[in-house]
Design a protein around this ligand. Structure first.
Ligand SMILES: Cc1ncc(COP(=O)(O)O)c(C=O)c1O
Length: 390
C-alpha cells in the first residue's frame, strides 16, 4: 500500500493499492470471489498464513484491504476488518470477543438494532448487558461486575445527540481492565478519534457519512491488532464480509470525507442556530451550540459538531407529525449522513414501540425531531424547515 503523508486529507486520497501493469490512476475494482495459487507449495503456505496474500474474498480482497487501511490511518488504529453493514460489524465484534457468562456495560442510548442485539440475541448465549444513562456517567462504575468484559458507547448518540466524555470512558476501561468499544458513526474519524482517548476498538456504519451519498451499505471495526485478529477469524469463518464493489465505492468516498464533513458541519451549525431562534421550537441539541449540556466535552473531543441536529417542536406527537408532513425539500427517510437532508420523528416512527417512560430514558420526547443535515444550499434547507414550522 502506498502512503505519502500523515495528513488526513492526503492519506484519504493517496493511500491506494500498488498500481498494476496498466498504470491506472485510481485503484481498479477487483470483482473476483477468489485468487489463484502458483502451485501446491504456494497453496499450503497461503493457507497456513506463512504468506500474506488474498485467498478468497470472504477473507480478504484488495478493495476491502484498501478501504480498511484508509480507516485504520484515519482512526490511528493498528488493524481492521470490513463488514457488509454496520450491524454486521457490531454483531461480529461482540460474537468474536465474548463468551457465555460475560457481561457488557453499555450506554442506554444506542442504535435500535444494537439495543435489540443486547436485549434479545446476546442473552440467548447468557451474555447480559447493563445500561447506564449517558447523562449520568458517575453511575458507570457501579454497573461493572467481575464478569464485565466490554464497555460500549456511541458519542454523539442517536437520535438525541447526547455526548459522553471519551477520556472518562477510557480511564474507567483502563482501571477495570475492560475492552472499550466506541461506535464512532455520527462523528467519523475526521471529527473524533476514540483510540486517542483509550478506546480499544472503533466501529463504524460506513453506510452513513463514510459513503455519504446514500448508495452502499458497509461497516468496519478497527483497533487493537490482537482483538482484530479474533474478529477476523470469526468473520472469515462466518461470512459477514464487505463486497469488493462496496469497498471500492467506500474507498472512493473516503477521498472526499474531510471536505464533505466540513460542509455538513457548517450547514448543521447554521440550521441549529436558526432552530434555536424559532418561537415554535422548545429546545435544540447540537454539540457545538453553547446551550448543549456537554458543549465543553464536545469541544474537547470533536473537531466540529457533526451533521445531526435534534430539536423539539412545541406541542407533542401531533405537532411533530404535522411538522414532518409539511416538509417539501428534505427527505423523510430512515438513513442519515447523506448529501440529502433527512428529517425523522423518532416518537412516531423508529421508537414508537417503546413506552413513553422508555423513550424518555433515552431522551426521546414526543416532539423530538432529528435532522441529518445534508449538502444542499443551507438557505434552502432552512427555508424548508421554516415553512414546515409554519
Ligand atoms: C450509530 C449507528 N450504529 C450502527 C448503525 C447500523 O449500521 P448499518 O445500517 O450500516 O447496519 C447505525 C444505522 O443507522 C447507526 O446509526
Amino acid at each position: 500500500m502506498n502512503k505519502k503523508s500523515n495528513r488526513f486529507e492526503t492519506e484519504a486520497i493517496r493511500t491506494q493499492l500498488e498500481r498494476t501493469e496498466f498504470l491506472e490512476h485510481t485503484s481498479p475494482l477487483y470483482l473476483t470471489s477468489s485468487f489463484i495459487f502458483e502451485d501446491a507449495e504456494d497453496m499450503r503456505a497461503s493457507f497456513t498464513e506463512e504468506k500474506e496474500r488474498n485467498i478468497y474474498s470472504r477473507f480478504t480482497n484488495p478493495n476491502t484491504t484498501e478501504f480498511v487501511e484508509k480507516v485504520c490511518q484515519m482512526e490511528e488504529a493498528e488493524s481492521g476488518y470490513a463488514f457488509a453493514t454496520g450491524m454486521a460489524a457490531i454483531f461480529s465484534t461482540f460474537a468474536a470477543l465474548l463468551e457465555s457468562g460475560d457481561h457488557i456495560v453499555s450506554a442506554r442510548s444506542v442504535f435500535g438494532s444494537t439495543h435489540t442485539l443486547f436485549t434479545k440475541y446476546l442473552p440467548k448465549w447468557q451474555i447480559e448487558t447493563t445500561y447506564f444513562d449517558v447523562t449520568k456517567p458517575e453511575t458507570i462504575e457501579g454497573c461493572i461486575t467481575a464478569k464485565t468484559k466490554i464497555l460500549y458507547a456511541e458519542s454523539p448518540t442517536n437520535p438525541a445527540v447526547d455526548i459522553i466524555d471519551l477520556d472518562l470512558l477510557g480511564n474507567i476501561a483502563k482501571k477495570h481492565n475492560l475492552i472499550l468499544i466506541i461506535d464512532n458513526c455520527f462523528a467519523t474519524p475526521y471529527l473524533q478519534q476514540p483510540i486517542k482517548h483509550g478506546a480499544h476498538l472503533v466501529i463504524h456504519s460506513a453506510t452513513k457519512l463514510m459513503d455519504g451519498q446514500g448508495r452502499v451499505l458497509g461497516g468496519v471495526t478497527v483497533g487493537n491488532a490482537d482483538l482484530i485478529r479474533e474478529i477476523y477469524l470469526f468473520a472469515r469463518n462466518t461470512g459477514p464480509a464487505l463486497s469488493p464493489f462496496n469497498a471500492w465505492t467506500l474507498s472512493k468516498s473516503l477521498e472526499t470525507l474531510a471536505v464533505r464533513v466540513d460542509k455538513h458541519c457548517e450547514n448543521a451549525l447554521k440550521v441549529a442556530e436558526f432552530l434555536e431562534s424559532h418561537h415554535k421550537v422548545n429546545w435544540v441539541k447540537y454539540p457545538f451550540l453553547k446551550s448543549h449540556p456537554k458543549y465543553d466535552v464536545a469541544k474537547k473531543q470533536m473537531k466540529l459538531g457533526g451533521n445531526i441536529v435534534a430539536f423539539e417542536v412545541k406541542g407533542g406527537i401531533k405537532e411533530g407529525r404535522e411538522f414532518i408532513d409539511a416538509i417539501k425539500l428534505c427527505s423523510l427517510s430512515a438513513n442519515l449522513g447523506d448529501t440529502r437532508t433527512i428529517v425523522t420523528h423518532p416518537a412516531s416512527t423508529t421508537h414508537s414501540k417503546l413506552s413513553e417512560k422508555d423513550r424518555l430514558e433515552v431522551s426521546i420526547t414526543d416532539g423530538l425531531v432529528r435532522i441529518s443535515v445534508g449538502l444542499e444550499h443551507v438557505d434552502d434547507i432552512i427555508a424548508d424547515l421554516e415553512q414546515s414550522l409554519g
